[in-house]
Design a protein around this ligand. Structure first.
Ligand code: PMP
Length: 428
């Protein structure tokens, strides 16, 4: 057995951690088999507990855009750690990273740091409700905004992988304030506004969806949301936890030239440490405590190690003029190679891609929302996943996830991957 040590570690883990994992998508529940335990990682590669090397297309679910153990980030964290790991008092570096993020992202005057994407989205919703004095929100089926109660209504990512898009434990009272629409469907949004006049505080959207596989916004969709929100005095929240600092310096706001009222961040902004953030113009952010009445807090928020990692990461992204071009070219190369390999073997598929986010759906129809994403053939996905794994290629263990391309990948790595896809495709 190749994964003897990983499987033994998994047996142990299950005795003390529910399901053996601290976040459900890490388990291989939907693809079968035991999860792989990682020992260390560098650049584009994972080194697992059984001595294998894997080319990594998950990259910690997005943060490691420059590769694992990226030296400037490691150096920043190590040197900060020598000086104390948490104070619960303000530090200068929090202003440094805030200033840089505000310079990179359009339309934000202030930013607050938290510890995860979940916290960022949860706080953004509270702020939107406090600012508008309204209670309802709209989210899209298949979008994931973290595991806070209001979002576990037709949620994507692990929630759908495990068949619990509506989690037990979320009260009816909470659920009734989350209204649902299909991604890319403006008619439904209009209908919701008409049915709930002056009641909708915010629309929260992944401006490029990544939690039902990758789904790009159709032309006019984000612009349509913007204008409907303006018409109804509703705030538009872009959840850029995945897309922020990944698709462009200024995220999807910059890429698609559509402005949001509140933007949430996670993943890349923390350089691989636990960081989230939410940001908006002054008028909105000044409603937050201690300036305003909307309460939000955190013992470890703005933690010096996390801020050091985030600042080193954002500095690299801000100064590397060709980064997004390189990522686009590498991902386009991979996209073309996978497409050719699957076509050569007559494997029915649709590939969705925006910049360095890409996903392979084993479905014939265009994948534009959760319903069309769910038409993908899961048995084919399972074979694809395990086939690639046997070839040393690690993709997310669910058909509802996106691949995240890192700049550490070389064209040789991409060719190795395409050759592996070619080999696996012949068995599908
Ligand atoms: N929003 C989006 C778009 C995400 O992809 C995720 C996590 N994958 C979250 C929010 C939640 O972030 P976290 O897991 O850091 O709580």
């Amino acid at each position: 057995m190749i994964y003897k040590r990983s499987s033994a570690l998994f047996v142990e883990a299950q005795t003390v951690i529910p399901g053996g994992v601290n976040s459900p998508v890490r388990a291989f529940k939907s693809v079968g088999g035991d999860p792989i335990f990682v020992k260390e990682a560098k650049g584009a590669y994972l080194y697992d507990e059984d001595g294998r090397t894997l080319i990594d297309y998950i990259n910690s679910w997005g943060p490691m855009i420059l590769g694992h153990a990226y030296q400037p980030v490691v150096d920043a964290v190590v040197s900060k750690a020598q000086k104390g790991t948490s104070f619960g008092m303000p530090t200068e570096i929090e202003t440094d990273i805030a200033r840089l993020a505000i310079e990179m992202v359009p339309g934000i005057d202030k930013i607050r740091f938290v510890n995860s994407g979940t916290e960022a989205c949860m706080s953004a919703i509270r702020l939107a409700r406090g600012f508008t004095n309204r209670e309802k929100i709209i989210k899209f089926s298949g979008c994931y905004h973290g595991h806070s109660d209001s979002f576990l209504i037709q949620a994507g990512s692990g929630a759908v992988t495990f068949g619990t898009p509506n989690s037990p434990g979320v009260t009816e009272g909470t659920a009734k304030d989350t209204l649902l629409a299909d991604y890319n469907n403006l008619d439904q949004i209009e209908a919701l506004f008409n049915a709930n006049p002056n009641e909708i505080a915010a629309i929260i959207v992944e401006p490029v969806a990544g939690n039902m596989g990758c789904i790009p916004p159709k032309n006019g969709f984000l612009e349509g949301l913007r204008s409907l929100c303006d018409q109804h005095n509703t705030l538009l929240i872009f959840d850029e936890v995945m897309t922020g600092f990944r698709l462009a310096k200024g995220g999807v706001q910059e890429l698609k030239n559509v402005k949001a009222d509140i933007v949430t961040f996670g993943k890349v902004i923390g350089g691989g440490l636990p960081v989230g953030a939410f940001a908006a113009r002054d008028e909105i952010m000044n409603h937050l405590a201690p300036l305003g009445p909307v309460y939000q807090a955190g013992t470890l928020s703005g933690n010096p190690l996390a801020m050091a990692a985030g600042l080193a990461m954002l500095t690299e992204i801000n100064t590397d003029k060709d980064l997004f071009k390189r990522l686009e070219e590498k991902t386009a190369y991979l996209h073309k190679g996978i497409e050719l390999a699957l076509n050569r073997h007559g494997v029915v598929h649709t590939i969705n891609r925006v910049g360095s986010m890409i996903s392979v759906h084993f479905a014939e129809e265009e994948v534009v929302d959760f319903k069309t994403a769910a038409l993908g053939d899961n048995d084919t996905f399972k074979k694809f996943f395990h086939g690639l794994l046997a070839e040393g290629i690690y993709i997310a263990p669910s058909a509802y996830e996106t691949w995240f391309i890192t700049d550490a990948l070389t064209y040789e790595d991409l060719d190795t991957t395409i050759n592996a896809v070619q080999k696996v495709a012949s068995t599908l």
